[in-house]
Ligand binder design. Sequence first.
Ligand SMILES: [Fe+2]
Length: 259
Amino acid sequence: MENNNSRRDFLKKSAAITLGTIASTAIGNNALAASEFVEKEALINSVKFTLPALPYEYNALEPHIDKMTMEIHHSKHHQTYVTNLNKALETIAEPTVLSPSVLDASPSLENIFDNMSKLPPAIRNNAGGHYNHSLFWTMMKPNGGGDVKGKLGEAITKTFGSIDEFKKQFADVAMKRFGSGWAWLVYKEGKLAIGSTANQDNPLMNLESVEIKGKPILALDVWEHAYYLKNQNRRVEYISSWWNVVNWEKAEELYIAAK
Ligand SMILES: [Fe+2]
């Protein structure tokens, strides 16, 4: 028994280090391939997600997105999702609360989203918040915007008729999301599609109530915390500004990986 406990403690500690590093690196630097977080030996209560560093300075997106909004959005809002996700994961690690089989084999965001219906709302909100924001930071860059080119540009033109028509439809969906949520361009079953989700839901969540499913190509945060300091209630103004900082290269990378 003592040996088993020692092994379990060792696995917990080593998994915590490994997963913390993998999660922060993968989320911070790359395309959020959630499968990269998988560590079969890990125990769910060892998982600690961390806030990824922004790939640019807080003021780098000015004048389109202001420094204070970026700083509060990243260091306060996103940090809170990470903190509360870790707390929620500790809670469900109790074997009496949740069968270990749901997450123990793969304590990853991908597995969390796959098993969403079996998990409590705190996991849904905070895992979603962590994933969505981690993706969102990479969807923007200084001197971004311009025309979308490459294979994604071709696919958007083919699907929506023109880039301008795509932007119009995407902005319309973002405007019509009542309350807080996200607008998405996704790739599913060989096609691009536009849609939105409420709160911190995302298209990877295996839930009927999530209105659009697929692999995210473009994500836009339409919570008021993303624009209120600069644009107050004028979401339309924020969306219009956002096109000037979109990181189309990142979207192209996600599109090619999704195919
Ligand atoms: Fe946000």
